[in-house]
Design a protein around this ligand. Structure first.
Ligand code: FES
Length: 135
């Protein structure tokens, strides 16, 4: 893991991006975890060459195992109980082995913006989470 103090930053289209790993860390069809900060553990995937970045925490039981999930086309299946999510937008698409899951389609993975340049992967700095009592 890249220590926080060593992460390079750059500005792209007015947004700050932080280098989170090397390009070679993320290989086709396998998840790679970046522990960005206390609020953002990110699962990176490469699907037909394209990068995908989603939260590593499953919205079902909060298991931090999305990066270890089974990847098929543009989806990942949580290894715990089979909830499956589209990697491009994080949307829940079903439960492995169930035809009509009784789960709200509003369940989803957070999606992050990443770019690849200079043999590295850069994450657009995520918004700070607002705790409800601060609103
Ligand atoms: S924790 Fe992911 S499906 Fe249950």
């Amino acid at each position: 893991m890249m220590p926080m103090g060593e992460r390079r930053k750059r500005t792209i289209d007015g947004h700050v991006y932080v280098q989170i790993c090397k390009s070679t860390d993320v290989i086709e069809g396998k998840g790679f975890v970046v522990d960005y900060d206390l609020d953002h553990e990110i699962a990176l995937f490469r699907i037909k060459g394209a990068l995908r970045a989603v939260s590593n925490s499953c919205p079902h039981k909060r298991a931090s195992m999305i990066a270890q999930g089974h990847v098929e086309h543009d989806t990942v299946r949580c290894p715990m109980h089979g909830w499956t999510f589209r990697l491009s937008d994080g949307c829940f698409v079903g439960i492995f082995g169930q035809h009509a899951p009784s789960v709200s389609g509003r369940q989803r993975l957070d999606v992050y913006t990443v770019v690849e340049d200079d043999d590295a992967i850069w994450l657009r700095e995520p918004e700070e989470r607002v705790v409800s009592w601060m609103e």
